[in-house]
Design a protein around this ligand. Structure first.
Ligand code: KG4
Ligand code: ZN
Length: 347
């Protein structure tokens, strides 16, 4: 049962991976601020996220980021009525930084805090700014990020059913790994997306994996291996990957397969479920081709689609504040013994 609106100013914090983020949300949907400090520069020389470096950067930045979020929202600590904090899944040291700060603030201010599942944050991220009574339940929620690629049937805020997911690499992880072998740096997704737009997506065809677990499950490890095999042959010059047309065609073909694999699953899901909307979120939802294909598919099927703006696709405190506010309205306050969990199912 949803209680009367008693949590008017929620501070949302996410420190689950390589972004330190804090946001302030008013009346459970109005976003007043959303500050994100990216650690890309710290991890770039290592070609991927180094967990210890990520935790240290969160420790160094979190107080400043929270202050900035409060300043931009023109509110003070005394005004806050609740705190939402990502406690799973993610890098354990990173999650613990955010959780410790959230607990300290809640204790000092004597206000409730609530643990938020990071994937639930992504699932509801397109609704930041939307009152809960306007969410078009039931909807298909597709989370495509660096750590997850999954399709859900979201019947209500509490009732979420997993329909399918990757059985190995996540889509963003495949982008990052292929970018790494091509020497394109970290994170690979954004640059691969740009380069793919200049290439021929039909230059290479990849066999799509059939996953035994079911028609809505998918796999990215075969695609990644196929790219590796092409490169191992050694007849493609990868010394200047961003300018070699052959490499650009390979990237375009990879992107076509990586995104069409998800589009196929979304189409199948929509054929089998009567829903009001399809919602796509997570870091890879910034991808121009995925955005274009979701639009085309939804319009051809006459179904509403929602994809958040890029700033709400990648990790952010706003989506955590949004889910946290809904939880607090439902009386879901966490206890002082709340802990962080590196991996935990959504339900
Ligand atoms: O949601 P997110 O910020 O972090 C996780 O929760 O994983 O997603 C980060 C992922 C990275 O793998 C990154 O390469 C990918 O999102 N990404 C993209 C694009 N922008 C970010 N992948 C493809 N195309 C993009 N434009
Ligand atoms: Zn994420």
């Amino acid at each position: 049962m949803v209680q009367a609106l008693s949590h008017k100013l929620i501070l949302g914090i996410d420190t689950s991976c390589d972004e330190t983020s804090a946001a302030v949300l008013k009346d459970a949907h109005v976003l007043l601020s959303n500050i994100i400090s990216s650690q890309i520069k710290i991890h770039q020389p290592h070609g991927g996220v180094v967990p210890e470096l990520a935790s240290r950067a969160h420790c160094e930045n979190i107080q400043r980021i929270i202050k900035e979020a409060l300043n931009q929202a023109s509110v003070s600590f005394e005004d806050l009525t609740g705190i939402a904090i990502t406690t799973s899944p993610g890098l354990i040291g990173c999650l613990l930084v955010g959780l410790s700060v959230a607990k300290s603030l809640a204790y000092a201010r004597q206000i409730p805090f609530t643990e938020v599942h990071h994937l639930k944050g992504h699932l509801f991220s397109p609704f930041v700014g939307t009152p809960e009574n306007e969410i078009p339940y039931p909807f298909i929620g597709v989370v495509v990020s660096g750590g997850h690629t999954a399709l859900y049937l979201v019947k209500s805020f509490e009732s979420i059913e997993l329909l399918g997911q990757t059985v190995d690499d996540a889509c963003g992880e495949a982008y990052d790994k292929v970018a790494k072998v091509l020497g394109l740096g970290y994170p690979g997704g954004p640059l691969m997306d740009k380069l793919a737009q200049k290439g021929n997506p039909k230059a290479h065809r990849f066999t799509r994996a059939r996953v035994k677990r079911g028609p809505l499950f998918l796999s990215y490890s075969g695609l990644k291996t196929a790219i590796g095999q092409i490169l191992q042959k050694g007849d493609m010059d990868t010394s200047n990957p961003s300018t070699n047309p052959e490499v650009i065609d390979l990237i375009a073909s990879f992107q076509w397969e990586a995104i069409e694999a998800i589009i196929d699953k979304i189409e199948l899901t929509l054929q089998n479920n009567r829903v009001n909307a399809v919602v796509v979120s997570g870091g890879v939802a910034c991808n121009s081709y995925l955005r274009q294909r979701v639009k085309e598919l939804s319009e051809s099927l006459g179904i509403k689609y929602l994809i958040p703006p890029p700033v709400l696709c990648t990790d952010n405190g706003a989506m955590i504040a949004y889910v946290g506010a809904q939880q607090l309205l439902r009386g879901q306050k966490s206890n002082w013994d709340a802990n962080a969990h590196a991996s935990k199912p959504l339900f």
